[in-house]
Design a binder for this molecule. Sequence first.
Ligand code: AMP
Ligand code: ZN
Length: 473
Amino acid sequence: MEFKLFNTLTRKEEVIHAMDGEKFRFYCCGPTVYGPAHIGNFRTFVVQDCFRRVVEAIGIATRHVRNITDVDDKTIRDSQQAGQSLAEFTRHWREQFESDCEALNLLLPHVVPSAVEHIPEQIALIEVLLQKGLAYQGDDGSVYFRIRAFAGYGKLSGLKMEANRSNADQRLNAADEYDKENVSDFALWKAWRAEDGENRWESPWGLGRPGWHIECSAMSMRYLGQSFDLHSGGIDLIFPHHENEIAQSEGATGEPFSRHWFHVAHLRVEDRKMSKSLGNLHTLESIIDWGYQAMDLRYVLLSGHYRQPLNFKRHSLDGARTALQRFKRLAGALPTVSNAPVNQRQWGPFQAVIEALCDDLNTARALGELHTAAGQLEKALKGAGLSPESAQAAADGLANAMIAFGFDFERVSIDGEATKAVEIPAAILTLVKEREAARNARDWFRADSLRDALHAEGWTVEDTPTGPQPKRQ
Ligand code: AMP
Ligand code: ZN
């Protein structure tokens, strides 16, 4: 089976294959560990994980590297505010990230390198750039990349240097505020400043620390080679981060860097951009606190196509839970899965699921196909039943589809009422009580308008013999 994926660099869909004929080598920009990752970050990480699972499902082995950014302005600032060393502070948030990834059933990358652990590699790369005239030391002691000396600058983001110069300058300047020969140039090495405290490393240019972009060039090439198959991140990384990575890497080696670029569109929350000021930077912990499970979040994060923004709505977690329980019940009604490798890449009635996944990772369509196939099987099981062969093919196909999506039934509870209970907000309970009072007073007009108000909040009320029961729509 062929897996076609959109390439940001060439702006077309291309068939995935391992350049070296053995392993598909790919790099994902990882988290900056200065706080918990939010569900937007996890959209990107979950989509990347599903991508890897599909590559492996069609029989291509992978080598996956995802870094940890453990030194930058934010990690330094916040570790100081917390009164901890940078190492102590970032270790805590790194562990939190790893435990969230585990809960979300993300496959462990083969290598998880951190910036602080790779200072020598970054220094070596900067030295090459200086030798080639692609970098220079500024008056402040910092080392900068000379954008004008790299002809391919802008090829990923489609940035026309002259036309968009002021826009580009603004964005680059926002990232670092040091003296520069040319306003667009970005820092490779940042000279030590008092506010950096003890966070400094020796280099041929004096004490300082690496700029952000250089770590990903140094670590991806260290573990994947100068040229590799794919590089990925959220769309916000296309410019300047990935554009700068290409300039640094190709400038230093003269070889093509990553062949394929894979970018995930952003998650929005209740129709709004995620931001600290809006207070909507939900984390996995928030989801668990609301009474859901990590698998419910994983389902929601895969419910839209990765190239479209996805609008997160809290109540969509209910639909996710119902869907996962449906698949788990179906698996329970089917025979035990055959042992690997017998069943490997057997899709049976779930063939359309893998086809949708291989069509530019169309997880939205694949989930639709999953429900269609599940519906047909449920009908067959209720009716005439399935032949032993068909039942086995269905069991194996469903298991493989679940592996491709990364849904783990062990983490989906069907009977656990305690975790299933959805908490009812106080404001909703008040509306329900007011509606009941209006009904008792035979004020139908008021009762109806209160019901409409509940609908607007995403709730319905069922009038049961034991009283009104609010339910999520
Ligand atoms: P950071 O920890 O900020 O470096 O981000 C980690 C990853 O999450 C990067 O690939 C970002 O592009 C991605 N990211 C950040 N915000 C969002 C969002 N709202 N939706 C999807 N991905 C995001
Ligand atoms: Zn990166």
